[in-house]
Design a binder for this molecule. Structure first.
Ligand code: FE2
Length: 308
């Protein structure tokens, strides 16, 4: 395999050039791909095979695939593919700029107890401008924490939920002033399911250890995070605000500008990602697989405590 550095000086990620279906028929290559995924968290596949069949076959090298929880966003012909559109759905004003398809920093499906292990993104339609997907490594972010914060976060747990309303209702999206301009056409269906109790609050540890390497992960998704269990609202808000700002420090971000033929694999258990959005009037479409798995540390919160 042709495996390269992803970007000069970047501590995570790798770039693999020219991968095809013939390569992944070789078990040794599949083992090497899995080792690279665990070690580096993010793999950009460039100048190789790039079509829906290969995207699904390559994803299966890393685990079973699962069908995404939000049915309105599945591909009409293939349940394995989740379709993220930018430009004809929700529209936000972010720091004064009108953006379609914008999604703030998050882990996928962290509002469920079993977060998927990862996914492969393929760009189906590139916009003329914008549409980047940005990634940050929560292992690197943990290692960069000052010692007093490492000690403070060690045994804490965070409550997450899929909230009604727009992303403007999330409290821990630092450096982003967001106004809702237009909602997704399926927003009412999602809100009806939330109101019916389909997405109960869940809890995930704020720190966990990557099983294969012993490295610690600062396990916070700024989007969907609500509060820290057992803390006063004031303390919890202050700590989550500090940690979210630390995690999304642009100095540690890799910003992927999509080129024709790119696919991107990431480890959803240790990488946050953010859809930067496309300027109003432009359209972008990406298709994503969901690689199943359970790190077995999340749980449904059966009874919510009264916040202090
Ligand atoms: Fe996502």
């Amino acid at each position: 395999m042709d495996v390269r550095e992803l970007a000069p000086g970047l501590a995570f990620g790798r770039r693999i050039v020219g991968l095809t279906a013939a390569d992944i028929a070789d078990e040794a290559i599949v083992r090497e791909l899995n080792a690279l995924w665990v070690a580096h968290g993010l793999i950009v596949f460039a100048d190789g095979q790039c079509d829906p069949d290969f995207q699904v076959a390559l994803s299966r090298c890393f685990g079973e695939l699962q069908v995404h929880a939000v049915k309105e966003m599945l591909h009409p012909d293939r349940d394995e593919l989740f379709v993220a559109k930018g430009g004809d759905g929700a529209l936000y004003e972010v720091n004064g700029e009108l953006l379609g398809g914008y999604i703030p920093w998050h882990s996928d499906q962290v509002f469920t107890a079993e977060t998927n292990h990862g996914g492969i993104l393929r760009v189906a339609q590139r916009p003329a401008k914008g549409g980047n997907t940005a990634f940050v490594d929560q292992i690197e972010a943990y290692e960069a924490l000052p010692d007093h914060l490492k000690a403070q976060v060690e045994d804490l747990e965070v409550v997450y939920r899929l909230k009604p309303g727009s992303i403007t209702n999330f409290k821990f999206l630092p450096r982003q002033r967001i106004n809702m301009i237009r909602t997704n056409p399926f927003q009412d269906q999602v809100e009806a399911r939330i109101a019916a109790g389909a997405y109960p609050p869940v809890v995930h540890p704020l720190v966990f250890t990557q099983a294969e390497t012993g490295r610690k992960v600062l396990n916070l998704s700024p989007m969907f995070a609500d509060y820290i269990l057992g803390m006063s609202a004031r303390e919890s808000d202050a700590l989550l605000t500090t940690l979210a700002a630390h995690l999304t420090d642009e100095a540690r971000v890799y910003d992927h500008c999509w080129q024709a033929g790119d696919m991107v694999l990431w480890d959803n258990w240790r990488m946050l990602h953010c859809a930067r959005g496309v300027p109003d009037g432009m359209y972008r479409e990406v298709h994503r697989t969901s690689i199943a798995g359970d790190y077995a540390l999340g749980r449904v919160l059966m009874e919510e405590p009264a916040l202090l």
